[in-house]
Design a protein around this ligand. Structure first.
Ligand SMILES: C[S@@+](CC[C@H](N)C(=O)[O-])C[C@H]1O[C@@H](n2cnc3c(N)ncnc32)[C@H](O)[C@@H]1O
Length: 437
């Protein structure tokens, strides 16, 4: 596993992709300096850029349907509840407030090392009267000082900035309920190759994070060759839409990415096991161009973790990995959804938000095309024929697959359709009252 090391100017140097060898472990003094640099960076550049109030659309996204899909994505085999304990670790300026708004019956705690970020979160708490939100200036590594265990821990965009991410992950694991879930997001290396080139460029020039230096850097980026690997990210990625986001990406004192195998090792060392990708289609050989590749059969014979690693290499442009993990001693299975036997006809399919069914300009034989708008790869659209569309339209979030697909023809169609809908991130399953049909 490639680890971060200290560079000439004292800033941590990320490995340029997973090919970098294992350098000597950094000294404690170097680690402490990096932790200080990271927290000073976020003091000066709180992230995401602070907002005066929560987007009214996020209140609309806080409805019971959204909570139910979020819940069953994390815990498919459990009956829905919304009165649990949530920790937002490294909450930045608004994430904890958004969760408190989305889960009004939950107790939400937000921690961050940046006092500025906690102050901005406190403004949102007051403004939206979020009585269920507690905020603390505290590092992830010291989570245990909260003296609580959490059912859900959300830690997105944080661990890859820690001088010792393993210590951060272990601290979160210690504060997780035995049957709790962790939602993690860390950077991925191959899609961010351009970021690491420009980070190294800026480091060599000694570019700091003053407003003037950020402006000059932004201006210089207009001169990048059009085939520089950073250019597609500047054009497409939400992370690069403003100067603050650019500074966060290009001038960060510490940023190390994880390839799929590195990420799975990281989880394993932290006493966690992989449950699912938040959006899984891009990683599966059942979806998109991989499903019709001449290698499809070979890919499907590989163990799941090898399939994910191959998909990351084949796609080549993933910039982050978002996943759900559980404790490795959890009482429940990490991923209970299975499509062998007939048990799964008792699952209740629930549609995911951000999905649309398009009925114009259809491919031959299709009655609709399903799109998950959070997918960034265009091959992950799912055309359905008329029989498939009828079954899909019958999903109401309360009937099981067996109830929806009665009759032998519908049942045969359901057998291929529902696994596909799940692979393609169109639905999650409420498998809490599985029954045989
Ligand atoms: C890129 S921002 C992500 C914010 C938020 N999680 C989100 O997704 O919007 C990273 C955040 O992690 C915080 N952070 C960095 N190191 C930390 C640490 N050791 N403990 C707690 N927070 C930390 C930073 O202050 C910053 O607010």
């Amino acid at each position: 596993m490639a680890a971060a090391c200290t560079g000439e100017n004292g800033r941590m140097q990320p490995p340029v992709g997973p090919a970098a060898g294992d350098p000597a472990p950094p000294t404690l003094a170097a680690l402490a300096k990096v932790a200080g640099d990271v927290s000073a960076f976020y003091e000066q550049h709180p992230y995401p850029p602070p907002v005066a109030s929560l987007d009214p659309r996020s209140a609309g996204r806080a409805g019971p349907d959204r909570r139910r899909t979020d819940f069953h994505l994390l815990w498919p085999a459990r009956s829905f509840r919304d009165d649990f304990n949530i920790l937002i670790a490294g909450c930045g300026t608004a994430q904890a407030a958004k969760y408190a708004q989305r889960w009004p019956r939950a107790r939400v705690t937000g921690i961050d090392v940046s006092a500025a970020s906690i102050r901005h979160s406190a403004v949102l708490k007051r403004q939206h009267r979020l009585e269920n939100l507690t905020l603390r200036e505290l590092s992830v590594e010291r989570t245990i000082e909260l003296g609580q265990r959490f059912d859900l821990i959300v830690c997105t965009g944080v661990l890859h900035h820690l001088p010792n991410p393993d210590a951060g992950l272990s601290a979160l694991r210690e504060a997780l309920e035995p049957d709790g879930a962790v939602h993690l997001m860390v950077y991925a290396p191959y899609g961010r190759a351009g970021v690491y080139l420009v980070q190294d460029y800026a480091r060599r020039l000694g570019i700091g994070t003053s407003p003037r230096e950020i402006r000059d850097l932004v201006e210089s980026l207009f001169g990048l060759p059009q085939d520089h690997p950073l250019v597609p990210l500047l054009r497409n990625a939400p992370d690069f839409r403003n100067d603050a986001a650019l500074a966060d990406a290009l001038l960060h004192p510490m940023d190390r990415p994880y390839s799929v195998p590195q990420l799975l090792d990281f989880l394993h060392r932290g006493g966690l096991c992989f449950s699912r990708w938040l959006r899984q289609a891009a990683y599966l050989p059942d979806c998109g161009t991989l499903a019709s590749s001449p290698h499809a059969a070979r890919l499907k014979k590989l163990p799941a973790e090898e399939q994910y690693a191959a998909a990351e290499l084949f796609r080549g442009t993933m910039v982050r990995h978002s996943l759900v993990a559980r404790r490795d001693d959890a009482p429940e299975e990490a991923q209970p959804i299975r499509f062998d036997g007939d048990d799964w006809f008792g699952y209740v399919p629930v549609r995911l938000p951000n999905t649309v069914s398009v009925q114009q300009r259809l491919p031959l034989g299709a009655a609709c095309v399903l799109i998950n708008q959070t997918h960034t790869y265009t091959d992950l659209i799912l055309p359905l024929d008329a029989a498939g569309k009828d079954l899909f339209d019958a999903i109401d979030g309360s009937r099981s697959i067996g109830d929806i697909a009665n009759g032998s023809h519908a049942r045969a169609c359901a057998r291929t359709l529902f696994p596909k809908l799940w692979f393609y991130d169109q639905i999650v399953f409420d498998a809490s009252s599985r029954r045989l049909d």
